[in-house]
Design a protein around this ligand. Structure first.
Ligand SMILES: Nc1ncnc2c1ncn2[C@@H]1O[C@H](COP(=O)(O)OP(=O)(O)OP(=O)(O)O)[C@@H](O)[C@H]1O
Length: 231
């Protein structure tokens, strides 16, 4: 799905240049569940933003299904994101004045796919909450709305940046189960930044980053069940 070669990125502040991504070369397969770990400031979010087309300022090659993201202009990048990508963040980024149903419907407008909002809400277990507003929901319910809004686009890749960081352990497990099911049942590629070491056990592969570099890439020959991991 992704072929990344010699990806570099730096920020300049006057005379000082700060290398944030440092010669990253890696491939990511279709249908992978990939975890990315590393200390704060190691470049995880920046890496996600480049792959997801939110950040166009980089050097090197980032190929998505053979297409060079570096060659896209802003308009092509918007189309790329709409057709292929969904993001889920620790903060849910829901629109406060819209109901659950309407928040998910917004995702549908962004892409012309004809999925049913009700079906997606049923899938994430929110059907009976569809007329509520975000401030009437728990954190886990809000994250499920965010996932439903992502799903309705029918993305090929879901990027998750600490998707369960703000949730208690049992709610977090429910959210992870939803992401794992999507990955298995619909072959959606999931690329997830996390600080939770336990989550590497359920991932096909995990990457450790440090100072903008990939320190190690480990394949999980036998992934664990969600029920088997601690939190
Ligand atoms: N807009 C910016 N301008 C300058 N430096 C930036 C900018 N955005 C990020 N950085 C720097 O890039 C580095 C990598 O940041 P990034 O957010 O990718 O790290 P991270 O590994 O995701 O961290 P965390 O786990 O804390 O979210 C950090 O040193 C950060 O200060």
């Amino acid at each position: 799905m992704y072929s990344i070669n010699n990806l570099n990125k730096h920020y300049s502040n006057g005379e000082i240049s700060h290398q944030v991504l440092n010669d990253i070369t890696v491939t990511i397969g279709t249908g992978e569940f990939l975890a990315i770990l590393g200390p704060s400031g190691s470049g995880k979010s920046t890496f996600l933003n480049v792959l997801g087309g939110l950040d166009r300022e980089f050097e090197g090659n980032v190929l998505f299904m053979g297409h060079d993201l570096g060659s896209y202009n802003e308009k092509q990048m918007v189309a790329f994101r709409r057709e292929n990508i969904a993001f889920i963040f620790q903060e849910y980024h829901l629109l406060p004045t819209l109901t659950v149903y309407e928040n998910v419907k917004v995702g549908q407008y962004l892409n012309k796919k004809n999925s049913s909002v009700d079906e997606i809400l049923e899938k994430v277990g929110l059907k009976e909450h569809k007329h509520k507003f975000p401030n009437q929901l728990s954190g886990g319910q809000k994250q499920r709305v965010a996932i439903a809004r992502a799903l309705i686009k029918g993305p090929k890749v879901i990027f998750c940046d600490e998707p369960t960081g703000a949730l208690d352990s049992s709610t977090a497990k429910m959210i992870m189960k939803l992401l794992l099911d999507l990955n298995k049942e619909h072959n959606v590629t999931v690329i997830m930044v996390t600080h939770n070491q336990e989550l590497v056990k359920i991932s096909n592969r995990y990457i450790r980053m440090m100072d903008g570099r990939i320190l190690s890439t480990i394949h999980n020959k036998q992934t664990s069940d969600l029920d088997e991991i601690g939190w």
